[in-house]
Write a protein that binds this ligand. Structure first.
Ligand code: CAA
Length: 385
Protein backbone atom coordinates (compact mmCIF):
# COMPACT_ATOMS: atom_id res chain seq x y z
CA UNK A 1 0.00 0.00 0.00
CA UNK A 2 1.35 3.42 -0.99
CA UNK A 3 1.76 5.80 1.95
CA UNK A 4 2.80 9.43 1.89
CA UNK A 5 1.85 13.10 1.99
CA UNK A 6 -1.85 13.49 1.35
CA UNK A 7 -2.11 17.19 2.27
CA UNK A 8 0.42 19.94 2.89
CA UNK A 9 0.02 23.50 4.17
CA UNK A 10 2.07 26.43 5.42
CA UNK A 11 1.49 29.32 7.81
CA UNK A 12 3.65 32.21 8.85
CA UNK A 13 3.06 35.48 10.69
CA UNK A 14 1.46 38.52 9.11
CA UNK A 15 4.61 40.67 9.42
CA UNK A 16 7.61 40.81 7.12
CA UNK A 17 10.95 42.62 7.18
CA UNK A 18 12.79 43.71 4.03
CA UNK A 19 16.38 42.51 4.37
CA UNK A 20 17.74 45.30 2.15
CA UNK A 21 16.51 47.72 4.83
CA UNK A 22 18.06 45.55 7.54
CA UNK A 23 21.38 45.51 5.64
CA UNK A 24 21.35 49.31 5.34
CA UNK A 25 20.68 49.68 9.07
CA UNK A 26 23.45 47.23 9.94
CA UNK A 27 25.93 48.95 7.58
CA UNK A 28 26.22 45.88 5.35
CA UNK A 29 26.17 45.78 1.53
CA UNK A 30 22.61 44.51 0.74
CA UNK A 31 24.09 42.20 -1.91
CA UNK A 32 25.67 40.19 0.88
CA UNK A 33 22.20 39.34 2.17
CA UNK A 34 20.32 38.98 -1.14
CA UNK A 35 23.10 37.36 -3.23
CA UNK A 36 25.81 36.15 -0.82
CA UNK A 37 23.35 34.56 1.63
CA UNK A 38 20.35 34.41 -0.69
CA UNK A 39 17.60 35.91 1.46
CA UNK A 40 15.28 38.80 0.50
CA UNK A 41 12.75 38.95 3.33
CA UNK A 42 12.13 37.49 6.76
CA UNK A 43 8.94 36.74 8.65
CA UNK A 44 8.75 38.65 11.93
CA UNK A 45 6.91 36.77 14.66
CA UNK A 46 4.80 38.92 17.05
CA UNK A 47 4.27 37.95 20.67
CA UNK A 48 0.80 36.55 19.98
CA UNK A 49 2.23 33.81 17.77
CA UNK A 50 4.28 30.84 18.92
CA UNK A 51 4.95 27.36 17.59
CA UNK A 52 1.53 26.20 18.80
CA UNK A 53 -0.48 28.95 17.10
CA UNK A 54 1.52 28.71 13.87
CA UNK A 55 1.26 24.92 13.83
CA UNK A 56 -2.47 25.00 14.54
CA UNK A 57 -3.02 27.75 11.96
CA UNK A 58 -1.16 25.70 9.33
CA UNK A 59 -3.04 22.50 10.17
CA UNK A 60 -6.44 24.25 10.27
CA UNK A 61 -6.11 24.87 6.54
CA UNK A 62 -6.14 21.17 5.70
CA UNK A 63 -8.06 19.32 8.42
CA UNK A 64 -11.55 18.20 7.45
CA UNK A 65 -14.11 15.99 9.18
CA UNK A 66 -12.71 12.80 7.64
CA UNK A 67 -9.31 13.70 9.07
CA UNK A 68 -10.91 14.35 12.45
CA UNK A 69 -12.22 10.77 12.38
CA UNK A 70 -9.02 9.19 11.12
CA UNK A 71 -6.14 11.08 12.75
CA UNK A 72 -4.75 8.67 15.31
CA UNK A 73 -1.46 10.40 16.05
CA UNK A 74 -0.28 14.02 16.17
CA UNK A 75 3.48 14.51 15.92
CA UNK A 76 4.75 18.01 16.69
CA UNK A 77 8.35 18.68 15.68
CA UNK A 78 10.00 21.81 17.05
CA UNK A 79 13.26 23.31 18.23
CA UNK A 80 11.46 26.25 19.86
CA UNK A 81 8.83 24.51 21.98
CA UNK A 82 6.95 26.42 24.65
CA UNK A 83 7.10 24.00 27.58
CA UNK A 84 9.75 21.72 29.03
CA UNK A 85 7.21 19.09 29.91
CA UNK A 86 3.94 19.32 28.00
CA UNK A 87 3.78 18.50 24.31
CA UNK A 88 2.70 21.25 21.89
CA UNK A 89 0.66 18.52 20.16
CA UNK A 90 -1.78 18.57 23.10
CA UNK A 91 -2.54 22.26 22.62
CA UNK A 92 -3.01 21.67 18.89
CA UNK A 93 -5.31 18.72 19.52
CA UNK A 94 -7.58 20.96 21.59
CA UNK A 95 -7.44 24.03 19.33
CA UNK A 96 -8.29 21.95 16.26
CA UNK A 97 -10.96 19.96 18.04
CA UNK A 98 -9.25 16.65 17.21
CA UNK A 99 -10.25 13.42 18.90
CA UNK A 100 -8.98 12.77 22.42
CA UNK A 101 -8.64 9.15 21.33
CA UNK A 102 -5.35 9.92 19.61
CA UNK A 103 -1.68 9.87 20.53
CA UNK A 104 0.11 13.20 20.90
CA UNK A 105 3.84 13.76 21.06
CA UNK A 106 6.49 16.46 20.61
CA UNK A 107 9.91 15.61 19.17
CA UNK A 108 13.20 17.51 18.94
CA UNK A 109 16.46 17.33 17.02
CA UNK A 110 17.14 20.86 15.77
CA UNK A 111 15.90 21.25 12.19
CA UNK A 112 15.77 17.52 11.51
CA UNK A 113 12.81 16.51 13.71
CA UNK A 114 10.13 17.20 11.07
CA UNK A 115 11.64 14.51 8.87
CA UNK A 116 11.83 12.05 11.75
CA UNK A 117 8.14 12.82 12.37
CA UNK A 118 7.28 12.16 8.75
CA UNK A 119 9.11 8.82 8.75
CA UNK A 120 7.40 7.80 12.01
CA UNK A 121 4.08 8.79 10.47
CA UNK A 122 4.69 6.63 7.41
CA UNK A 123 5.62 3.63 9.57
CA UNK A 124 2.62 4.23 11.83
CA UNK A 125 0.18 4.25 8.92
CA UNK A 126 1.83 1.09 7.56
CA UNK A 127 1.00 -0.62 10.87
CA UNK A 128 -2.43 0.96 11.43
CA UNK A 129 -4.31 0.63 8.18
CA UNK A 130 -6.86 3.37 7.53
CA UNK A 131 -5.41 5.73 10.14
CA UNK A 132 -3.88 9.11 9.38
CA UNK A 133 -1.13 11.05 11.12
CA UNK A 134 -0.90 14.82 11.45
CA UNK A 135 2.72 15.97 11.34
CA UNK A 136 3.47 19.58 12.27
CA UNK A 137 6.89 21.21 11.97
CA UNK A 138 6.82 24.64 13.58
CA UNK A 139 9.58 26.98 14.71
CA UNK A 140 10.78 30.51 15.34
CA UNK A 141 14.43 30.99 14.35
CA UNK A 142 16.07 33.51 16.69
CA UNK A 143 19.76 34.37 16.65
CA UNK A 144 19.58 37.88 18.14
CA UNK A 145 19.72 41.49 17.00
CA UNK A 146 22.99 42.53 15.37
CA UNK A 147 24.38 39.01 15.19
CA UNK A 148 25.76 37.30 12.05
CA UNK A 149 22.80 34.92 12.18
CA UNK A 150 20.21 37.75 12.26
CA UNK A 151 19.76 37.74 8.49
CA UNK A 152 18.89 34.01 8.66
CA UNK A 153 16.03 34.34 11.18
CA UNK A 154 12.38 33.71 10.30
CA UNK A 155 9.58 31.45 11.40
CA UNK A 156 6.48 29.54 10.45
CA UNK A 157 4.92 26.10 10.35
CA UNK A 158 4.29 23.35 7.86
CA UNK A 159 1.52 20.81 8.45
CA UNK A 160 1.20 17.50 6.62
CA UNK A 161 -1.32 14.70 6.73
CA UNK A 162 0.21 11.29 6.11
CA UNK A 163 -2.14 8.59 4.87
CA UNK A 164 -2.59 5.60 2.60
CA UNK A 165 -3.21 6.44 -1.08
CA UNK A 166 -1.80 9.97 -0.66
CA UNK A 167 -2.83 12.61 -3.17
CA UNK A 168 0.46 14.56 -3.33
CA UNK A 169 3.38 12.14 -3.03
CA UNK A 170 4.33 8.71 -1.75
CA UNK A 171 7.29 8.52 0.62
CA UNK A 172 9.66 5.90 -0.76
CA UNK A 173 11.42 3.42 1.51
CA UNK A 174 14.90 4.45 0.41
CA UNK A 175 16.11 6.70 3.23
CA UNK A 176 19.76 6.97 4.12
CA UNK A 177 20.62 8.84 7.31
CA UNK A 178 23.45 9.63 9.69
CA UNK A 179 24.08 11.44 12.96
CA UNK A 180 27.21 12.68 14.71
CA UNK A 181 27.82 14.84 17.81
CA UNK A 182 28.90 18.22 16.39
CA UNK A 183 28.92 21.67 18.07
CA UNK A 184 27.58 23.71 15.15
CA UNK A 185 24.29 24.91 16.69
CA UNK A 186 22.58 24.29 20.02
CA UNK A 187 20.41 26.11 22.54
CA UNK A 188 20.76 25.48 26.29
CA UNK A 189 17.38 25.44 28.03
CA UNK A 190 17.97 28.82 29.73
CA UNK A 191 18.45 30.62 26.39
CA UNK A 192 16.02 31.95 23.83
CA UNK A 193 18.64 32.43 21.12
CA UNK A 194 20.76 29.68 19.59
CA UNK A 195 24.52 29.42 19.93
CA UNK A 196 25.80 28.86 16.44
CA UNK A 197 29.00 28.41 14.47
CA UNK A 198 27.50 29.15 11.06
CA UNK A 199 30.59 28.31 9.04
CA UNK A 200 31.06 24.93 10.76
CA UNK A 201 27.37 24.27 10.21
CA UNK A 202 27.75 24.93 6.49
CA UNK A 203 30.72 22.55 6.29
CA UNK A 204 28.95 19.72 8.12
CA UNK A 205 25.78 20.20 6.07
CA UNK A 206 27.73 19.95 2.82
CA UNK A 207 29.74 16.98 4.05
CA UNK A 208 26.69 15.06 5.28
CA UNK A 209 24.85 15.72 2.03
CA UNK A 210 27.73 14.42 -0.07
CA UNK A 211 28.25 11.37 2.17
CA UNK A 212 24.55 10.49 2.10
CA UNK A 213 24.28 11.09 -1.63
CA UNK A 214 27.07 8.56 -2.27
CA UNK A 215 25.46 6.11 0.14
CA UNK A 216 22.04 6.65 -1.43
CA UNK A 217 23.37 5.91 -4.91
CA UNK A 218 25.13 2.76 -3.68
CA UNK A 219 22.11 1.44 -1.79
CA UNK A 220 19.35 2.37 -4.24
CA UNK A 221 21.19 1.99 -7.53
CA UNK A 222 19.74 5.36 -8.57
CA UNK A 223 21.60 8.32 -10.04
CA UNK A 224 20.93 12.02 -10.41
CA UNK A 225 19.17 11.22 -13.70
CA UNK A 226 16.33 9.64 -11.68
CA UNK A 227 15.30 12.98 -10.15
CA UNK A 228 13.21 15.87 -11.42
CA UNK A 229 14.19 18.09 -8.51
CA UNK A 230 15.77 18.38 -5.06
CA UNK A 231 14.45 20.01 -1.90
CA UNK A 232 16.96 21.01 0.74
CA UNK A 233 16.71 22.19 4.31
CA UNK A 234 17.19 25.92 3.79
CA UNK A 235 18.43 27.89 6.80
CA UNK A 236 19.29 30.33 4.00
CA UNK A 237 18.95 29.55 0.33
CA UNK A 238 22.66 29.67 -0.48
CA UNK A 239 23.20 26.69 1.84
CA UNK A 240 21.19 24.31 -0.35
CA UNK A 241 22.95 25.58 -3.44
CA UNK A 242 26.37 25.01 -1.87
CA UNK A 243 25.43 21.39 -1.17
CA UNK A 244 23.88 20.82 -4.59
CA UNK A 245 26.86 22.33 -6.44
CA UNK A 246 28.90 19.37 -5.19
CA UNK A 247 26.93 16.91 -7.34
CA UNK A 248 25.33 18.91 -10.16
CA UNK A 249 28.04 17.96 -12.65
CA UNK A 250 26.86 14.34 -12.39
CA UNK A 251 23.89 15.39 -14.56
CA UNK A 252 24.04 15.77 -18.35
CA UNK A 253 23.62 19.25 -19.77
CA UNK A 254 19.85 19.34 -20.40
CA UNK A 255 18.73 17.67 -17.17
CA UNK A 256 21.29 19.82 -15.35
CA UNK A 257 19.54 22.95 -16.60
CA UNK A 258 16.20 21.55 -15.43
CA UNK A 259 17.53 20.60 -12.00
CA UNK A 260 19.03 24.07 -11.49
CA UNK A 261 15.78 25.72 -12.57
CA UNK A 262 13.87 23.56 -10.13
CA UNK A 263 16.38 24.31 -7.38
CA UNK A 264 15.53 28.00 -7.84
CA UNK A 265 11.83 27.09 -7.68
CA UNK A 266 12.47 25.28 -4.38
CA UNK A 267 14.07 28.39 -2.87
CA UNK A 268 11.42 30.98 -3.67
CA UNK A 269 9.28 30.74 -0.53
CA UNK A 270 12.31 30.45 1.78
CA UNK A 271 13.78 33.61 0.24
CA UNK A 272 10.71 35.46 1.52
CA UNK A 273 10.25 33.76 4.88
CA UNK A 274 13.69 32.87 6.23
CA UNK A 275 14.48 29.87 8.35
CA UNK A 276 11.72 27.92 10.06
CA UNK A 277 14.04 25.20 11.31
CA UNK A 278 12.03 21.92 11.34
CA UNK A 279 9.67 23.10 8.60
CA UNK A 280 12.25 24.61 6.24
CA UNK A 281 12.85 21.56 4.10
CA UNK A 282 9.09 21.11 3.64
CA UNK A 283 8.62 24.79 2.78
CA UNK A 284 11.29 24.15 0.14
CA UNK A 285 9.24 21.19 -1.11
CA UNK A 286 6.07 23.29 -1.19
CA UNK A 287 7.98 25.98 -3.10
CA UNK A 288 9.25 23.44 -5.64
CA UNK A 289 5.75 22.04 -6.13
CA UNK A 290 4.33 25.57 -6.42
CA UNK A 291 6.80 27.11 -8.85
CA UNK A 292 8.20 24.29 -11.00
CA UNK A 293 6.30 24.25 -14.28
CA UNK A 294 7.40 20.90 -15.61
CA UNK A 295 6.86 18.29 -12.88
CA UNK A 296 4.69 15.32 -13.86
CA UNK A 297 3.10 12.49 -11.93
CA UNK A 298 5.39 9.52 -11.44
CA UNK A 299 8.51 11.67 -11.25
CA UNK A 300 10.72 11.55 -8.18
CA UNK A 301 12.03 14.35 -5.99
CA UNK A 302 14.93 14.00 -3.55
CA UNK A 303 14.59 15.51 -0.08
CA UNK A 304 17.65 16.40 2.02
CA UNK A 305 16.91 17.12 5.66
CA UNK A 306 19.56 18.47 8.04
CA UNK A 307 19.46 19.35 11.71
CA UNK A 308 22.45 20.81 13.45
CA UNK A 309 24.04 18.92 16.22
CA UNK A 310 23.99 17.03 13.73
CA UNK A 311 21.67 14.61 11.94
CA UNK A 312 20.75 14.30 8.27
CA UNK A 313 18.53 12.16 6.07
CA UNK A 314 18.15 11.82 2.31
CA UNK A 315 15.15 10.11 0.71
CA UNK A 316 12.83 10.36 -2.25
CA UNK A 317 9.15 10.91 -2.89
CA UNK A 318 7.10 10.05 -5.97
CA UNK A 319 4.56 12.55 -7.29
CA UNK A 320 0.99 11.29 -7.59
CA UNK A 321 -1.57 11.73 -10.37
CA UNK A 322 -2.94 15.33 -10.36
CA UNK A 323 -0.74 16.18 -7.36
CA UNK A 324 -0.74 19.86 -8.32
CA UNK A 325 -4.48 20.14 -7.56
CA UNK A 326 -3.71 19.51 -3.89
CA UNK A 327 -0.71 21.85 -3.55
CA UNK A 328 -1.70 25.22 -2.02
CA UNK A 329 0.48 27.18 -4.45
CA UNK A 330 -1.65 30.25 -5.12
CA UNK A 331 -2.89 30.48 -1.54
CA UNK A 332 0.68 30.46 -0.17
CA UNK A 333 1.91 33.00 -2.75
CA UNK A 334 -1.00 35.30 -1.88
CA UNK A 335 -0.52 35.03 1.86
CA UNK A 336 3.16 35.89 1.55
CA UNK A 337 2.39 38.83 -0.76
CA UNK A 338 -0.29 40.15 1.62
CA UNK A 339 1.95 40.34 4.70
CA UNK A 340 2.37 43.75 6.37
CA UNK A 341 5.82 45.24 6.04
CA UNK A 342 7.51 46.35 9.27
CA UNK A 343 10.35 48.85 9.57
CA UNK A 344 13.64 47.84 11.21
CA UNK A 345 12.56 49.78 14.35
CA UNK A 346 9.25 47.89 14.48
CA UNK A 347 11.04 44.57 13.94
CA UNK A 348 13.44 45.28 16.82
CA UNK A 349 10.55 46.27 19.07
CA UNK A 350 8.65 43.06 18.17
CA UNK A 351 11.79 40.97 18.64
CA UNK A 352 12.24 42.38 22.16
CA UNK A 353 8.60 42.05 23.22
CA UNK A 354 8.32 38.27 23.43
CA UNK A 355 6.52 37.13 26.59
CA UNK A 356 9.16 34.88 28.07
CA UNK A 357 8.42 35.20 31.80
CA UNK A 358 5.72 32.76 32.90
CA UNK A 359 5.61 34.34 36.39
CA UNK A 360 3.86 37.47 35.12
CA UNK A 361 0.15 37.52 34.36
CA UNK A 362 0.41 39.42 31.11
CA UNK A 363 -1.48 39.72 27.82
CA UNK A 364 0.06 39.56 24.38
CA UNK A 365 -0.50 42.35 21.82
CA UNK A 366 -3.04 40.20 19.98
CA UNK A 367 -5.31 41.95 17.52
CA UNK A 368 -8.83 40.69 16.94
CA UNK A 369 -8.31 38.00 14.33
CA UNK A 370 -9.96 34.79 13.25
CA UNK A 371 -6.84 32.65 13.53
CA UNK A 372 -5.40 31.01 16.63
CA UNK A 373 -3.46 33.33 18.94
CA UNK A 374 -1.43 33.15 22.13
CA UNK A 375 -3.26 35.48 24.52
CA UNK A 376 -0.68 35.60 27.31
CA UNK A 377 0.16 34.06 30.67
CA UNK A 378 -2.30 33.37 33.48
CA UNK A 379 -0.91 31.77 36.67
CA UNK A 380 1.95 30.25 34.70
CA UNK A 381 -0.36 28.79 32.07
CA UNK A 382 -0.33 29.75 28.40
CA UNK A 383 -3.74 30.83 27.19
CA UNK A 384 -4.85 30.51 23.58
CA UNK A 385 -7.86 31.42 21.53
N1 CAA B 1 28.01 40.85 -2.33
C1 CAA B 1 27.75 39.55 -2.59
N2 CAA B 1 28.14 38.53 -1.79
C2 CAA B 1 28.75 38.84 -0.63
C3 CAA B 1 29.05 40.17 -0.28
C4 CAA B 1 28.65 41.21 -1.18
N3 CAA B 1 28.87 42.49 -0.92
N4 CAA B 1 29.67 40.17 0.92
C5 CAA B 1 29.78 38.87 1.30
N5 CAA B 1 29.23 38.07 0.37
C6 CAA B 1 29.10 36.62 0.38
C7 CAA B 1 30.33 35.91 0.87
O1 CAA B 1 31.30 35.76 -0.15
C8 CAA B 1 29.76 34.58 1.33
O2 CAA B 1 29.51 33.78 0.22
P1 CAA B 1 30.04 32.25 0.20
O3 CAA B 1 29.46 31.60 1.43
O4 CAA B 1 29.49 31.69 -1.06
O5 CAA B 1 31.52 32.32 0.27
C9 CAA B 1 28.38 34.98 1.88
O6 CAA B 1 28.10 36.28 1.34
C10 CAA B 1 28.33 35.07 3.40
O7 CAA B 1 29.41 35.82 3.82
P2 CAA B 1 30.15 35.49 5.18
O8 CAA B 1 30.44 34.03 5.27
O9 CAA B 1 31.27 36.42 5.32
O10 CAA B 1 28.98 35.86 6.19
P3 CAA B 1 28.91 35.73 7.75
O11 CAA B 1 30.22 35.45 8.37
O12 CAA B 1 28.17 36.93 8.20
O13 CAA B 1 28.02 34.42 8.01
C11 CAA B 1 26.22 32.89 7.95
C12 CAA B 1 26.94 34.00 7.19
C13 CAA B 1 27.16 31.76 8.29
C14 CAA B 1 25.10 32.33 7.07
C15 CAA B 1 25.57 33.50 9.22
O14 CAA B 1 24.54 34.32 8.84
C16 CAA B 1 25.08 32.51 10.22
O15 CAA B 1 25.82 32.07 11.09
N6 CAA B 1 23.76 32.15 10.13
C17 CAA B 1 23.16 31.25 11.06
C18 CAA B 1 23.72 29.89 10.88
C19 CAA B 1 22.87 28.99 10.15
O16 CAA B 1 21.85 29.32 9.62
N7 CAA B 1 23.34 27.75 10.15
C20 CAA B 1 22.58 26.73 9.63
C21 CAA B 1 22.24 25.90 10.75
S1 CAA B 1 21.20 24.61 10.33
C22 CAA B 1 19.84 25.19 11.07
O17 CAA B 1 18.98 25.59 10.35
C23 CAA B 1 19.80 25.11 12.52
C24 CAA B 1 19.07 23.93 13.02
O18 CAA B 1 19.36 22.76 12.71
C25 CAA B 1 17.98 24.18 13.97
Amino acid sequence: MAIGIDKLSFYTSEYVLDLVELAQRRGVDPNKYTIGIGQDKQSVIPNYEDVVTMGANAAAKIIDNDDRQQIDLIIFATESGIDNSKSSALYVQKLLNLSEFSRTIEIKQACYAGTFGLMQARDYVANHSGKRVLVIASDIARYGLNTPGEVTQGGGAVAMIVSESPRIATINSDSVYMSRDVADFWRPIDRTEAIVDGHLSTDIYKEMFLTLWQRYKEQSGRTIADFAGFSFHLPYTKMGKKAFDQIIDEADEIPQGRLLKNLKASQKFSRQVGNLYTGSVYLSLLSLLSYAQDLVAGEQLAIFSYGSGAEAELYSITLQENFFKYVPANETKKELADRKKVSVDQYEQIFNSQLLDSHENVSSDHPDADHFQFLGWQNGERRYK
